[in-house]
Design a protein around this ligand. Structure first.
Ligand code: NAP
Length: 438
């Protein structure tokens, strides 16, 4: 079993972007892709809405993104399908189809989805013999034939445009008169002589002999048979991310994974990005944006988890994982006060970077009673005793602390007898050091 900081599942634009950022941040990361890297890019001929590239083929962009991430040290494992992801304490265990397993502090799921099927007679039977869901992959087999494209979204129009290179005639079959594809794509495709829009029309059946020969559509109550050698279906997309989990993961009614603004799912340490996530637009630009947010948050989450593990090695890992999600990172400059003596106590802190001085007021003014270094915690006395802060803590260098609210702190303390004992003994030591305020 190999251990990683981060496992990225899926090698489309979202996964490759997450990988690029993770590699640049020096995180111990691996990206698993079930097929070749590129994801939906490989099913796309020309891309014209990727800023900086007026026009680039999907394959070329996939290669560029892969090379870019690899250059910065990302380990990419293509043809490595993941079977399941499960939680084991604060680890995510990634089970591969080949039987191997990997552990990581966090997982970014960018597995996209699969094409929606029409679910009409003949569709499954002729899949691979004239029925296709990818023009870029299969279009060239149909040179000089009459073809049908089913659907009215961006995919149908974009793939339809690609198919006009090969099709003698192209019927664009859509269930409504209005199309949801971008206007620029509509103008281009519908302006072509060899293209006929067949609307509003519902596909009833696909038929043929060894190959597709016809498609039956119903229009205005009558069934029409259109002779075609191939049917390309683009009627939407079904996300597949949630099938990687046996434990519950929040998703919407269509199966898209639900996340917060940091791309966190409801499972701590699991992030979802790109087409498998519930969002407004399935675009390369949004996928890479999702991935950037996810990896930056994951980086912080992993670092915090490691800090909290070091500070509370005896606490159950599930508790640590849950409390890390509650913690807020706070930064202080040298000289800034983190907590002030006499103030009400609302939270608990773990110092993760920098240094601080613990100071108490006495009759002769403020004096230092101890210092804090990374890994030390403070703020527990006021919280547990229900009184005000008994000391001031001031940063003596640029300092980062993780702040945990009172509820989280109580959960942490109660999580094991050893944790309770450690916090209690720290309180006793501190009170002894503070001495009476003479
Ligand atoms: P989509 O936008 O969901 O469009 C699906 C199309 O299929 C719709 O026109 C829909 O009809 C039709 N449809 C759905 N179920 C059907 C059924 N059972 N029978 C017949 N027709 C059915 O899906 P998409 O075109 O695959 O695009 C998916 C996402 O990727 C979209 O967000 C899209 O913008 C994005 N995308 C972007 C680009 C780009 O160039 N930027 C390229 C490809 C895809 P109704 O309209 O009547 O619902």
């Amino acid at each position: 079993m190999a251990d990683y900081d981060l496992v990225i599942i899926g090698g489309g634009p979202a996964g490759l972007t997450a990988g690029l950022y993770a590699a640049r941040a020096n995180m111990h990361t691996v990206l698993f892709e079930a097929k070749d890297i590129g994801g939906e890019l490989l099913n796309t001929d020309l891309i014209e809405d990727w800023p900086g590239e007026e026009s680039i083929t999907g394959r070329e962009l996939a290669e560029k993104m892969g090379a870019h991430a690899t250059k910065f040290g990302l380990t990419i494992q293509p043809y490595s399908p993941v079977k399941k992801i499960r939680s084991e304490g604060d680890w995510k265990v990634v089970e591969m189809e080949d039987g191997t397993t990997h552990r990581a502090y966090a997982v970014i799921v960018t597995v996209g989805g699969e094409p929606t099927k029409l679910e009409v007679p003949g569709e499954a039977e002729f899949h691979g013999r004239g029925v296709s869901y990818c023009a870029v992959c299969d279009g060239a087999f149909f040179k000089g034939e009459d073809l049908a494209v089913v659907g009215g979204g961006d995919s149908a129009f974009q793939e339809g445009l690609f198919l006009t290179r090969f099709a003698k005639n192209l019927s664009l079959i859509h269930r409504r008169n209005d199309f949801r594809a971008q206007q620029i794509l509509q103008d281009r495709l519908l302006g072509m002589d060899q293209v006929t829009a067949v609307t509003p029309a519902t596909v009833k059946e696909i038929g043929g002999d060894t190959q597709v020969r016809w498609i039956d559509v119903e229009r205005d109550g009558a069934v029409e048979r259109i002779a075609v050698g191939g049917v390309f279906v683009f009627v939407g997309f079904k996300p597949v991310g949630r099938h990687l989990f046996d434990e519950h993961i929040d998703h919407d009614e269509n199966g898209y994974l639900l996340t917060d603004q940091y791309m966190r799912t409801n499972i701590p340490g699991v992030y979802a990005c790109g087409d498998t996530r519930a969002q407004l637009a399935k675009q390369i630009t949004t996928a890479v944006g999702d991935a950037t947010t996810a990896v930056l948050h994951a980086e912080r989450y992993i670092e915090e988890l490691k800090h909290v593990r070091r500070s509370f090695p005896e606490a159950p890992s599930e508790t640590l994982e849950r409390e890390v999600e509650r913690m807020k990172l706070q930064r202080f400059l040298a000289g800034q006060t983190i907590i002030r003596e006499g103030d009400p106590a609302y939270s608990f802190f773990i110092l993760t970077r920098g240094a601080a001085s613990v100071r108490q007021n006495g009759p002769h003014g403020e004096r230092e009673i101890s210092t804090l270094k990374p890994g030390d915690f403070f703020g527990e006395i006021g919280l547990l005793s229900g009184t005000v802060r008994n000391a001031t803590v001031r940063a003596t260098a640029p300092t980062e602390v993780l702040e945990l609210d009172a509820v989280g702190f109580r959960e942490l303390v109660e999580s094991s007898q050893a944790t309770k004992d450690r916090v209690q003994s720290s309180i006793e030591q501190r009170l002894a050091k503070a001495g009476p305020k003479t």
